[in-house]
Design a protein around this ligand. Structure first.
Ligand code: GZL
Length: 344
């Protein structure tokens, strides 16, 4: 089968070059290769095509770094990396290119949960195993070997339960609490899970009022823009729930521009998700109240899965990664020092 794929990849590579499509042209930033590059690499490496969502957040950049650090030629891999710039059509194009190039494995971080059945069926027919990472794809289980990522629903529940305890600790458990909510990319697993998880706790509290809930697409600029609108519309916001740190950073800018303060000693409490290093510093500085970690280090787990598959071993269908949360009750300076080692 491998020899057949090599011949196909070589022929496709030549045809792509002849058709002037060998390079990725104006598609997003990538380390795209031609079929002949790939067929050459296959002689001595496991060739992995990785379609990444984009580079929209600190979380995403740390996540991408965790793949680049492990999928190296020294470790026996040859990585073909495609950044989709947060567009599903670019991911579909990337996966089809990986199939044409005849990669050995495909890693896909699906920007949203729907729209993958057809392209993953094509990968299956081409005999290329797919590993889903971070976000989920709503497809039948026979179209991928394994999914690796976070329990987003649990993250949302944990954030809600943290808010319960916090309000109790400041004697506001039975007071009216006005909440605004910044959501991540609509239809992404992180958004679906965090929202559903938080709402599971929200519905227990008739005194918790969600004044507004808007999409800010996991970006800092959008977070600032939407929070600015919230502040214009509502004068008595008590809590911001923000589904990633970059939207939270944008919200802090908006809050301060409106002459207000945030964090444990501020006008507006902020609960954020991801736990990237800048967020831990913001927590230490006093602008955030709590941050729920979303583990970025999926690269090594994906590499281990591919090594096992390559040796004919069975792998778990679902692999959850460990994660925690951070708040001002902790020794944040020590945690930050520890985390710096992880990210460098
Ligand atoms: C979560 C990941 C999300 C992060 C955001 O696993 O998909 O996408 O929470 C990122 O920072 O943009």
């Amino acid at each position: 089968m491998k020899l057949f794929k090599k011949i196909c990849a070589g022929l496709i590579g030549i045809s792509l070059i002849l058709a002037g499509c060998g390079k990725q042209g104006n598609t997003p930033a990538s380390s795209a290769k031609t079929g002949s590059d790939v067929s050459e690499a296959k002689k001595s490496n496991i060739v992995v095509g990785f379609s990444q969502v984009g580079s929209e957040s600190d979380w995403r950049r740390a996540n991408t770094a965790s793949y680049r650090k492990v999928f190296t030629e020294e470790n026996g891999f040859y990585l073909v990396y495609e950044d989709a710039q947060q567009k599903q059509e670019n991911q579909l194009k990337a996966v089809r290119n990986f199939i044409l190039q005849g990669v050995d494995y495909i890693i896909l971080d699906p920007i949203v949960e729907t729209g993958w059945e057809e392209v993953l069926t094509e990968a299956k027919k081409a005999g290329i195993p797919v590993i889903l990472v971070d976000r989920k794809a709503a497809v039948s289980e026979d179209l991928y070997e394994c999914w690796i990522g976070s329990d987003f629903h649990k993250e949302g529940v944990s954030a809600g339960e943290w808010l319960e305890k916090y309000l109790e600790s400041v004697g506001k458990a039975s007071e009216d609490v006005n909440i605004v909510y910044l959501q991540g990319t609509p239809g992404s697993s992180a958004q679906i899970g965090r929202t559903q998880g938080f709402d599971e706790v929200l519905k227990k509290h008739s005194n918790w009022h969600v004044l507004a809930r808007e999409n800010a697409d996991f970006t800092q600029a959008k977070g600032k823009e939407v929070m600015t609108e919230f502040l214009k519309k509502y004068q008595d916001i008590d809590v911001l729930i923000s589904e990633n740190d970059n939207m939270s950073f944008g919200a802090v800018e908006a809050i301060k521009a409106a002459g207000l303060t945030c964090g444990p000693r501020g006008d507006i409490s902020i609960i954020s998700f991801d736990g990237v290093l800048p967020a831990l510093n913001t927590l230490l500085y006093g602008d955030f109240n709590a941050v729920f970690e979303c583990n970025t280090q999926l690269g090594p787990v994906a590499a281990d899965v591919i090594r096992k598959l390559n040796e004919g071993q069975k792998v778990e269908k679902t692999i959850y990664v460990e994660e925690t949360y951070f708040d001002n009750s902790m020794d944040l300076a020590a945690i930050i020092q520890e985390r710096k080692k992880l990210y460098n």
